[in-house]
Design a protein around this ligand. Structure first.
Ligand SMILES: NC(=O)c1ccc[n+]([C@@H]2O[C@H](COP(=O)([O-])OP(=O)(O)OC[C@H]3O[C@@H](n4cnc5c(N)ncnc54)[C@H](O)[C@@H]3O)[C@@H](O)[C@H]2O)c1
Length: 442
């Protein structure tokens, strides 16, 4: 569906974020500072990128907002849930991502963002010990409370639409169990039966959001909406869903760098990725069960770019069973670095006649500084998709995600190649703007 004829956008957009930690406070503070003209939203595609529309003599390069009716930063109203009672100002100060001089000009607005009580279960993030939680509720009661929270937020702020974004801690790995996660009916039954093991708190947020007519974005690697039951709910409520796991530092580099190896038909025998980070995210990921969720997500990136079955000579070596290159990802909690993550990639490649070579990448990044613009883009583009009548998994948003969702029950494969993802993104925007999708070279 095209939105080109409905350029006028009325009403405010509510952005309800699950988790008011480092990423969320950096995202919110940046938006508020940009609104005041005190910062620039660097890294945000919706604010900077230009897409070509039309061909030949008719071609022109336009910002996204000149092709499709995107919500303005001024129209966003923020709210959040968190396990800790700190308001957005206190939390931003504690996160130590931004300097006080970059937070204080919007202190009052941040102080007004007080987290609602979290739908939380300590067994999903053992290292967290906050008090701002819903007490003694079953999973279904959590859903009902969250739905009330969304309705109250809408009433109190007068927003027209809401998008719910998960930027909370990574939960422990919940393996997909088709008996519970395979259909909406089974999922609802399990929620009502308070099946704490297979219904993660994040599923309550997603269920509540979709039921209240709000798109849901999963910024962590949790399986939450990556299950047929949630796809059915998104179809039923005609709401878009996007996930999983913001693509920010090491994986962004990987999905942009691996195509060099693949396109040039070089061989790969191993890729070892390691990280040190010291923020609360790192603390939670230090727990093996939580890291497992992240590992699954981080490992998936290479496999659909350098496919061993398609090129056994190039990618069929190195692993224990000698069927694939060796791929390992490690995250180490190291408090002195706080949010300033350092990643190392050692890439063992081989060339002509199998001669080995090595590539080393050392990225000294800032996790939340990279994640904040991704939050903004995902929120604005998901809201756009909802208004364009797109629902279910939004594959065009794969560009922003480490482990892009795809309907695995229909044997769909994910697209991880950064430049193919960019084509998908541009074409979706063209289509929503009433232009033809194409693959012309820009
Ligand atoms: N920063 C990045 O580059 C990046 C990239 C990909 C994914 N992520 C993911 O984004 C998420 C947020 O990262 P962060 O650095 O802000 O972490 P953080 O620890 O600073 O913040 C997460 C917040 O979520 C809260 N929380 C946990 N469970 C909750 C629940 N059930 N309901 C409400 N709140 C809950 C915690 O109390 C905490 O304040 C993590 O899952 C992380 O893995 C971050």
């Amino acid at each position: 569906m095209s939105l080109s004829n409905s350029k006028e956008l009325n009403g405010k957009l509510g952005v309800l974020v699950v988790g008011l930690g480092a990423v969320t406070t950096t995202f919110i503070t940046g938006v508020l500072m940009t609104r005041k003209g005190l910062a620039k939203p660097v890294g945000s595609m919706t604010q900077y990128d230009k897409i070509r529309v039309g061909k030949g003599a008719d071609k022109k390069y336009l910002h996204y907002k000149d092709i499709v009716p995107l919500a303005e930063l001024d129209d966003i109203v923020f709210g959040a849930w968190d396990v800790y009672p700190d308001n957005a100002y206190e939390s931003a100060i504690k996160a130590e991502v931004l300097k006080e001089k970059d937070i204080n000009p919007v202190k009052e607005e941040l102080e007004r963002i007080k987290p609602m009580k979290a739908a939380f279960d300590k067994s999903y993030a053992k290292r967290l010990a906050g008090t701002n939680v819903m007490e003694g509720m079953t999973r279904w009661e959590m859903v009902e409370q969250l739905r009330k929270d969304i309705r109250n937020f809408k009433k109190e702020t007068g927003v027209e639409r809401v998008v719910v974004l998960w930027a909370a801690s990574t939960e422990v790995f919940v393996p997909v169990d088709m008996d519970i996660h395979g259909s909406l009916e089974a999922l609802e039954k399990a929620m009502k039966a308070d099946d704490k093991e297979r219904i993660a708190p994040s599923m309550c947020y997603a269920y509540a959001a979709l039921s209240e007519g709000a798109p849901f974005i999963m910024g962590a690697p949790n399986t939450t909406i990556d299950i047929p039951a949630m796809w059915q709910l998104a179809d039923k409520t005609k709401m878009p869903i996007a996930g999983k796991d913001f693509k920010t530092g090491q994986t962004l580099v990987k999905s942009g760098f691996a195509p060099i190896i693949g396109t040039r038909c070089l061989g790969l025998s191993g890729w070892f990725s390691t990280n040190i980070l010291g923020n609360r995210d790192g603390l939670v990921l230090d727990e093996p069960a939580n890291f497992r969720t992240k590992e699954v997500s981080k490992l998936s990136t290479l496999e659909s770019i350098l496919v061993p079955e398609n090129q056994p000579d190039l990618y069929g070596h190195g692993n224990d069973d000698d069927s694939q290159y060796y791929h390992k990802v490690r995250i180490n909690y190291y408090p002195p670095r706080n949010d300033n993550k350092e990643s190392w990639d050692n890439i063992d490649i081989f060339g002509w006649m199998g001669y080995p070579m090595q590539i080393k990448i050392n990225f000294l990044c800032r996790d939340s500084i990279l994640a904040a613009p991704v939050c903004l883009d995902l929120v604005l583009l998901t809201d756009l998709a909802a208004r364009a009548g797109r629902y279910g998994i939004q594959r065009f948003l794969s560009f922003f995600l480490k482990s892009p969702m795809h309907d695995y029950s229909k044997k769909e494969v994910p697209v991880n190649h950064l430049f193919q993802q960019y084509v998908m993104l541009k074409n979706a925007i063209r289509e929503m703007g009433g232009y033809e999708a194409d693959e012309e070279i820009d």
